[in-house]
Design a protein around this ligand. Structure first.
Ligand code: FES
Length: 119
């Protein structure tokens, strides 16, 4: 049996980390299904789907971050982290975007309905 999964019926804020736990140029993964990647781009936080839209590589585990883009480690598609748009093939579909907010010194991502928050 796998770990228990809670079904999220409404969008909700999920704490990602403290601001100083995610340095500029770094990424972390939120424990949702499908996973959400949260990036620090020059001190601003952005969230996208973690899976590459080409063939489902984990961008937080296997991607490379440079100049506000994440490059997939499998076939080198690139995406703009801020917008999710494809900036280099072979991917054709943008990454899904998620709202991020900073409250005090904590980073939160808004997880919409339909994405499971792993318990
Ligand atoms: S899985 Fe990302 S480019 Fe192919």
């Amino acid at each position: 049996m796998g770990e228990p999964i809670a079904v999220d019926h409404t969008a909700r804020s999920v704490r990602v980390c403290a601001v100083d736990e995610l340095a500029p140029g770094a990424v972390t993964k939120v424990n949702t299904l499908p996973a959400i990647a949260v990036f620090n781009v020059d001190g601003e936080f952005f969230a996208t789907s973690d899976l590459c839209s080409h063939d489902n590589s984990s961008l937080s585990d296997e991607g490379y971050i440079e100049n506000g883009e994440v490059e997939c480690g499998w076939h080198m598609a690139k995406f703009c982290i801020k917008s999710g748009v494809v900036t280099a093939p072979p991917a054709k579909t943008p990454l899904r975007k998620f709202d991020v907010r900073v409250e005090g010194r904590e980073v939160y991502v808004q997880v919409p309905e339909g994405i499971l928050i792993r318990g």
